[in-house]
Ligand binder design. Structure first.
Ligand code: FAD
Ligand code: DLZ
Ligand code: SF4
Length: 516
């Protein structure tokens, strides 16, 4: 065998032909390694749909590289000599190819980077670790931006990203002379009889094989494989992106925060699966949205909102993750200790908003942002659930979840467990918010207007209990000052009533936990 120059290991969320480790790769002299391993498939109990999506996407991507002339060594999960770990599979490939060096693009997760850093010593082969330039902001650029700030605010970071990328900029000024058009967004939910349908991709033979594998090997993991319809090739992911830009982007802004029982997707893009796995390039996606604006096909409030999610929030949370890990995984500002209620796994609860959000999650391995933030996240925060348990749930149940994006969204944005490093106030709300943005409350066993007694919406009770319980820790948060003032002015017997009702409700959750 001719001497192999580079052995290029491509991870399951690095499925991009423009990956830095593939830059300059030579099909004649280099070999590619892609491996399905139990270690990655089981470090948390991923949703079945997430596993099927990742394995099928990996298998299709290996084929795409072969069609481009590359020689790909691919380990399937069921291969009898699969060692079960990335390190083990790499060692086996090194023994076969005896490459001059190993090349890898840095991993998205801290856990995997620690592993990679050990390889050179263990394998006695040079390991070249390249930056992941699929992200628009490098670690060094983010560190410089963060500087010595005590709190990091996405809005200011986003403005710099707009200037840096030139997206929606005109002569150095933001398009429409404003950075943010959220005032025009955030309309409540309404059934739209003309709502278009999102892209669906029926399984091919490769996906069918993977579905059978996941069903057999992961029978107890959460979720359903029924009606699996995710894109597992780059070509199909691009089709989904085009359909989003043409059909859904125009109303993306106004419907962004709405929640509707009959439609879990509304005008959301459902593209995070494909961006995070590497099928779609985030900058190209933003440029396509910007083009739609310039061609008069989508309004500025929608296009700006979409671009902000990607070059703003997505890059920002990744920056925070790498700036603050590994300590970030342990934060617990409110000292919350409660276990995650069982209904997060089953959907069995009488709270209709949670029933719908968890059922959507079990079915699709997807819930949109406001469901994640203001229903499941809001409830866990109000109830005082242990942040690491909340984090683990989110990492398991969503098909777009990788720790670099999930952890800061959960611990920072949703649970305020970092004490305000990432968010300016905790995202807590009573039932009125959910009622205003959704059609969930009308058919709920609880009464969203009631604030006391057994029929009162639990969010109303838990909200004030949370404020009272944490009043001291919340002092100094300007955006919560009116709420803290209202709590302080509340008659003691009403405060006591909230505390009592909350304790009884949380006790009933514990009882159902014990009985489950
Ligand atoms: P859209 O609403 O269509 O948004 C467009 C794109 O913007 C998304 O595809 C995504 O790439 C990006 N985006 C939007 N918001 C965020 C954000 N806050 N952080 C990063 N990217 C963002 N996103 C993940 O990709 N993986 C996660 O594991 C994840 N966990 C979350 C947990 C919590 C508690 C919260 C509040 C948010 C989480 N998000 C996560 C962010 C967001 O909810 C999802 O990106 C979004 O719901 C994906 O659906 P979509 O593609 O239809 O998004
Ligand atoms: C999430 C995941 C899963 C389920 N399986 C694999 C796998 O078998 N092989 C692999 O290379 N990657 C997998 N991944 C993605 C990795 O966990 C991912 O690279 C890390 O989350 C680092 O971002
Ligand atoms: Fe959720 Fe309360 Fe509305 Fe029921 S009444 S759906 S618990 S917000």
């Amino acid at each position: 065998m001719a001497e192999v120059r580079s052995l290029i290991l491509i991870l399951g969320d690095q499925l991009s032909p423009w990956l830095s480790s593939l830059d300059g790769a030579d099909p004649a002299r280099d070999r590619i390694l892609i491996c399905e391993v139990m270690e990655e498939a089981s470090y948390v109990r991923h949703h079945k749909r997430k596993l099927a999506f990742i394995f099928s996407a990996m298998r299709h991507f290996a084929e795409e590289l072969r069609e481009r002339g590359f020689q790909v060594r691919y380990t399937r999960l069921e291969d009898p000599d699969n060692s079960g770990s990335l390190s083990g599979e790499l060692a086996r490939a090194v023994a076969v190819f005896r490459p001059q060096r190993i090349r890898i693009t840095e991993a998205g997760e801290w856990r995997v980077m620690e592993m990679i850093r050990a390889w050179e010593g263990v394998l006695r082969c040079p390991v070249e670790i390249l930056p992941d330039d699929r992200f628009l902001c490098s670690h060094a650029q983010f560190e410089t931006w963060a500087g010595s700030r005590d709190s990091l605010r996405m809005e200011y970071f986003y403005r710099e990203m707009r200037v840096r990328t030139g997206l929606l900029m005109r002569d150095g000024v933001p398009e429409g002379r404003r950075w943010n058009f959220d005032q025009e967004n955030r309309k409540p939910a309404e059934v739209d009889l003309f709502q278009p349908s999102h892209a669906r991709f029926p399984p091919d033979a490769v996906t069918d094989e993977v579905l059978a594998l996941v069903a057999a090997r992961f029978p107890d993991n959460i979720g359903s494989l029924e009606g699996f319809d995710l894109a597992v090739t780059r070509a199909d992911a691009n089709r989904a992106a085009r359909l989003f830009i043409d059909e859904f982007l125009p109303d993306f802004g106004v419907k962004q925060d709405a929640m509707l029982s009959v439609d879990p997707f509304l005008n959301h893009s459902l593209l995070s699966f494909y961006v995070n796995i590497g099928f779609l390039n985030p900058l190209d996606l933003c440029r396509a949205a910007e083009r739609a604006y310039h061609e008069g096909k989508a309004p500025l409030n929608s296009v700006e909102g979409f671009v902000r999610q990607i070059i703003g929030w997505r890059e920002f949370v990744r920056g925070v993750y790498w700036l603050k890990m590994p300590a970030y995984a342990q934060v617990n500002f409110f000292d919350a200790r409660r276990p995650l209620p069982d209904f997060y796994w089953t959907g069995q609860t009488q709270m209709n908003c949670l029933l719908i959000t968890v059922t959507d999650t079990i079915r699709h391995a997807y819930a949109h942002h406001i469901q994640r933030l203001m229903v499941t996240g809001n409830f866990a925060l109000l109830a005082g659930v242990l942040p690491s348990a909340v984090h683990e749930w989110y990492l398991e149940v969503y098909a777009d979840a990788y720790e670099w994006v999930e952890l800061p969204n959960v611990l920072g944005m949703s649970q305020f467990a970092d004490g305000g490093l990432l968010a300016s106030k905790p995202y807590v709300a009573s039932g009125a918010y959910i009622d205003g943005m959704s059609d969930y409350c009308g058919s709920c066993r609880y009464d969203v207007k009631k604030k006391a007694g057994p029929d009162a919406c639990p969010f109303n009770i838990l909200y004030w209990d949370f404020i009272g319980r944490n009043a001291q820790k919340l002092q100094g948060l300007a955006r919560l000052a009116p709420v803290l003032k209202a709590w302080a002015a509340m008659p003691t017997d009403r405060q006591e009533g909230y505390r009592r009702d909350a304790a009884a409700f949380l006790e009933s959750l514990c009882a159902s936990l014990a009985g489950s």
